[in-house]
Design a protein around this ligand. Sequence first.
Ligand code: GTP
Ligand code: SPV
Ligand code: MN
Length: 607
Amino acid sequence: MTAVAIPGVDNAPTTHQQLLSWVREVAELTTPDEVVWVDGSDEEWTRLTDRLVETGTLTRLAKKPNSFWAASDPDDVARVEERTFICSVDAADAGPTNNWVDPAEMKATMTELYRGCMRGRTMYVIPFCMGPLSAEKPMLGVEITDSAYVVTSMKIMTRMGTGVLEKFFDAEGNERDFVPALHSVGAPLEPGEQDVPWPCSDTKYISHFPETREIWSYGSGYGGNALLGKKCYSLRIASTIGRDEGWLAEHMLILKLISPEQKVYYVAAAFPSACGKTNLAMLEPTIPGWKVETLGDDIAWMRFGEDGRLYAVNPEAGFFGVAPGTDYHTNPNAMRTIERGNSLFTNVALTDDGDIWWEGMGEPPAHLTSWKKRDWTPDSDEPSSHPNSRYCTPMAQCPILAPEWDDPKGVPISAIFFGGRRATTIPLITESRDWQHGTFMGATLSSETTAAAKGKVGVVRRDPMAMLPFIGYHVGDYFQHWIDTGKRADATKLPKIFYVNWFRRGEDKRFLWPGFGENSRVLKWAVERIEGTAAAQETPIGYVPTADDLDLAELDAAREDIEAALEVDVEEWRAEVPMIEEWFDTIGEKLPTLLREELEVLKQRLG
Ligand code: GTP
Ligand code: SPV
Ligand code: MN
C-alpha cells in the first residue's frame, strides 16, 4: 500500500480491518486535505454548523433554536432519476424500470471522477445504522462524504457516530459487514480557491451495485442523492437484500391508530414522493376519540414475526419532509416537531427576522429572501420556496411519536394503503378482495409526477407500490416477491390492502375530498372493515364505501363532492385498462401470470 500523508486517516476509532482499508483506499483516490471520523456528538454538530455558517452554506435562524437555513444550487434541488443507476452484473436483473450500466464500466467511469475529487476538502467518515441499534442484526453502513451539510443531515436522519461503531463487531468479536456508501459533491478546490455555498457538479451519478451492496454517488448534495442511508440503502439496496432474505423494503409510512375503545391498529402506507405520506403519518384525527401516533413517514422494512404477522420497522431517525403546504392547519405535528429546533431547512424562504417561511403557511410577510437568495415580496411572480424544499428534523422531537418506534421487533401491520395523486378515476378508497388483488392494485398504482424528482410535473405514470424509482432489481421479480410474501403467511394474518386517492378533482379542478385530518374518516372505515363492522359496495375494482358507509359527522364538505370522490366510473376505468396493459407489456416475461389474470378479471368485471 502506498503511504499517503492525509491527516486523520489513521486516527480511526475502530480496528475493523474491512472499514480501515476501504477508508484508506478512498482517501488515496480522492486526496482530501484531511479525514475526519464522525463521532455524532453535539459538540461535533456545533463545530460543523459553525463552519457551515462561516462558509455561507447555512444561515443560523434567530427564531428557532439550533436551526439553520440552506439554499442549494438552483440545479441541485431533487432526486435525479435519469442519473440513477442499478449496476447489477446482469442487465436483465435491473429490469425495464431502472437505468443500467455494467458495474465494471460504471466503476471505471466513476473512479476517474473520484480521482482527486476531494482536493481542498475534508473527507468525513460516518458510521451509521438503519433501524434500531439493538436489532439482532443491525443494518450497518458507512457513508464517506466531502459535504459537512451531509454529515449534519445524516445526524438527524440516522443513528450514527461512535455508538454505532461498537456494533461493527458481533458478540464473538467478528467483523460485521456494512454497506459502503461513497459520496462526493464533485467539486475539488484548487489552492486558494474560494468555495461556493453549495458545491456540486453538472455531472451526476447515483449508482448502486446490488451484488456487492455498494453505493457510489457523485455530483449532487441534495436529499436522496446525497443522504445515502435513505433511498439508496434503505430502499434500493435493502429491497435486493429483502428479496434474497424474504422480507420487504418499502416506500411506506408507519402509523399507529388508536380507537375510542383503545384498540391499536398499525397501518403502513405507500404513496409516491410528495403524495402525502408525512402528512398521513402525523395526522390529527377530526373524528372524536380517535388518536394517531407516528412511527415513520417514508420507509418501512417489513418481515414476518413468529406469530405469522407482518411486522414493520422504520429504518430512519428523522423526517425529511416536503415544506410547502405544511402548516398548523394541515400538519400541526410537523410544525410542533420543527418548533423544537435542531433542524435544517433547505430551499425554503428566509424571513427578515431570521425565521423560515414557505407557500401554504398563511399570509406571506412583506419581504423575504427566496430560496434563490433574491428579494421576494408577495408581488413576485415566482414562489418564495422551491416546491421540493424540505425540513430535516429529528423524529424524537415529534410530539405524537409512538413509544415503540425504536423497538427492533417492529409493529404488526393490520392494513396497507397504496395511493397516488390522480385527478380522475381512482376513488377515495377501495378495499382489495385479497392479498393477490391488493398486489395487483399496488402493481398498477399510478400517480401524477411531482417536484420530488427532476422532470416534468403532473404527468400520469405507473408507480408500482410507489417504488418505481426505488426498486433495486427487476420489477417483475419484485411483483413475484410480493405475491410470494402473501403465500408465506396464513391469509387471516396478512394485512388487508386498500387503495386510496386524496387528490381526485371536480370539474372545477377543486379537490373533492378535504384530506389531511379528515383522512381519519377513511382510516376508521378501513379498520371497521378489518373488524367486519362497516359496509361496502362490491364494484368491478373492489369494495368501495358509499357516503353512508363513512363516518361523515360534522364534516364540512358537500355531499355531492364526497359521492363524486367515491364514484367508480366504469367508463373511466375502461379507459384505464389499456394503460395498465401497456405498463404490463413493458415488464415482459417476468410479469407474474397471476397479475395478468387479475387484469383479465378486471376487464371481465368492467364488461
Ligand atoms: P416524500 O417525502 O417526497 O416521499 O413525500 P410524502 O409522500 O411524505 O408527501 P407529503 O406528506 O410531504 O405531502 C406532499 C404534498 O401533498 C404537500 O404539499 C401536502 O400539503 C400535500 N398533501 C398531503 N396530504 C394531502 C391530502 O390529504 N390532501 C391534499 N389535497 N393534499 C395533501
Ligand atoms: C422522496 O423523494 O421520496 C423523498 C425525498 O422522500 S428524497 O430523500 O430526496 O428521496
Ligand atoms: Mn419519500
